[in-house]
Design a protein around this ligand. Structure first.
Ligand SMILES: Nc1ncnc2c1ncn2[C@@H]1O[C@H](COP(=O)(O)OP(=O)(O)OP(=O)(O)O)[C@@H](O)[C@H]1O
Ligand SMILES: [Mg+2]
Length: 468
């Protein structure tokens, strides 16, 4: 085990720099003690130099990644990263590119999921001297028991990763990690597509509950009459039409784990009271049940609406709001953290190039252009836009620009034709923004069925057009 830290101490200047001017922190700690601290930290630590060469990892990192230090130390991260390599990505390499702290999640070839916060340490000339990465384990052990390593890997690679470099997101993720292990109720707020669901999942996986279920439900997408039975289940024979054997609810299935209630603002008032009861007493009754049930769940709720306003309007229970709002986590819209845009663009470009087997790149000009757009649908819209650019934008960047910008209005063509085209654009933009037909319907005020029908027609026409 000795030797992981050798490089750290060999660099005389570094240890001098670390102790000089900050007396009391390192002075008096000998090398063995530092090594002991290094290896016994709760987090994994990965140290690379300014070129991306691995200088050392601590014992915790070896344990959480399942990769021995010998396989990493002395090797360049550029050689360790790739779809069939040790790591699916590396925060350190992004740190080198951006010269700023970066947070990202990655999977490893050993079937682990890691959250990495990489931080550059500069030398007096402003060059990156070291990159110190602190690592959290987000692996869910269940996967590995059920399926073999290859499948676990594919599964992990298909999962959505988080990546961010803005201060605002850095703070959000820090807060999320701080509270992950407490059992307090969390309320995640933010516009559509900012990453609320993704963060909720990350919090669950950073918590001690990670090997128990994360049960997710969207309160807006389930008919009001069914939400109660979805959440709390019902006893055998409790109402006509119900399954005779009864049914467990989400809370029961999540026992020991986490319940994620998306779009909590849409929860009907009478269920808000019932939910409050569960939060306060950890007890509830199933529908038609007389026996009180106890559960141990952590609740994470999310909303893109202003709950304080709904409380003022009497549409959301104040006591529930206060109960939920113990730790508010608010994710800022993408347009308020534009530094994240180029980073996300290259992340999604890479992801979709991989899945579509293409090798497209974007010019600096296009990336700049993308960085200036309002992104009302936030990261979801950015992600969908990039996928669309990759799939359809094979004929040069003029076309790419027009896809994200919208074209000028012309009056020398039949109106119905232009209207149809305009309708198509609205629908496609709404799809990039909102993702689901339900959300699109709510946003543009037509029925979900017509949204689905119209989009289907557009897709069919496009297919025919592409096949020509
Ligand atoms: N920081 C990030 N890095 C990479 N991908 C992200 C990030 N944030 C969000 N995404 C991606 O953007 C998409 C939208 O995220 P998500 O579904 O979590 O948003 P949301 O806030 O829950 O939206 P809604 O309010 O509509 O439910 C997802 O595909 C998600 O993987
Ligand atoms: Mg969501």
């Amino acid at each position: 085990m000795d030797g992981h830290l050798i490089h750290l101490n060999r660099e005389e200047e570094y240890s001098e720099g670390a102790s000089r001017g900050r007396s009391g922190r390192v002075e008096g700690m000998d090398k063995d003690l530092l090594q002991l601290v290094f290896d016994n930290m709760y987090n994994g630590i990965y140290i690379a130099d300014g070129q991306g060469v691995t200088l050392g990892v601590n014992k915790t990192f070896e344990e959480m990644s399942g990769i021995p230090a010998e396989e990493l130390v002395g090797r360049s991260l550029y050689d360790l990263v790739g779809p069939d390599n040790y790591f699916s990505g590396a925060a350190s390499l992004v740190v080198i590119e951006r010269r700023a702290p970066v947070t990202a999640t990655y999977s490893t070839k050993t079937g682990r999921k890691l959250l990495v916060k990489g931080k550059p340490i500069f030398d007096p000339d402003g060059e990156i001297r070291y990159i110190i990465s602190t690592i959290w384990d987000l692996t869910v052990v269940q996967y590995q028991q059920e399926i073999d390593a290859d499948m676990a890997r594919d599964h992990l690679l298909a999962e959505e990763d988080i990546i961010a470099c803005s201060d605002q997101m850095g703070q959000v993720i820090d807060l999320a990690l701080q509270v992950a292990n407490s059992d307090s109720t969390l309320l995640i707020t933010g516009e559509t597509g900012v990453g609320k669901s993704l963060l909720g999942k990350m919090i669950h996986r950073a918590s001690a509950r990670k090997d128990r279920p994360l049960m997710q439900i969207n309160c807006a997408s389930i008919p009001e009459s069914l939400i109660e039975s979805e959440l709390f289940g019902y006893e055998a024979g409790s109402f006509t039409g119900a399954d005779r054997r009864g049914k467990p609810g989400l809370f029961e299935m999540a026992d020991g784990g986490t319940v994620f209630l998306d779009e909590i603002s849409e929860l009907p008032l009478h269920l808000q009271s019932k939910l409050l009861g569960v939060l306060q007493d950890k007890e509830f009754f199933k529908i038609g049940g007389r026996r009180v049930r106890t559960v141990d769940v952590r609740l994470i709720a999310a909303t893109n609406r202003d709950l304080t306003r709904l409380v003022a309007e009497g549409r959301f229970r104040a006591d529930l709001f206060y109960r939920l709002n113990v730790v508010p986590i608010s994710i800022p819209p993408l347009r308020e953290r534009r530094e994240d845009i180029p980073l996300l663009v290259s992340y999604f470009l890479d992801k979709f190039n991989r899945s579509h087997n293409t090798y497209k790149t974007f010019s600096g000009e296009l990336i700049e252009h993308l960085s200036r757009l309002p992104w009302r649908g936030n990261i979801r819209e950015l992600e969908n836009t990039i996928e669309r650019l990759i799939v359809t934008g094979s004929t040069g960047e003029r076309l790419l620009f027009s896809l994200v910008e919208g074209e000028e209005i012309r009056e020398d063509r039949p109106l119905p034709e232009q209207l149809a085209e305009f309708e198509e654009k609205i629908l496609l933009q709404a799809r990039r923004r909102y993702g689901s037909t339900r959300k699109i319907a709510a946003a543009i005020g037509i029925s979900q069925a017509s949204v689905a029908r119209k989009l289907h027609r557009i897709d069919m026409e496009e297919k025919r057009g592409n096949g020509k």
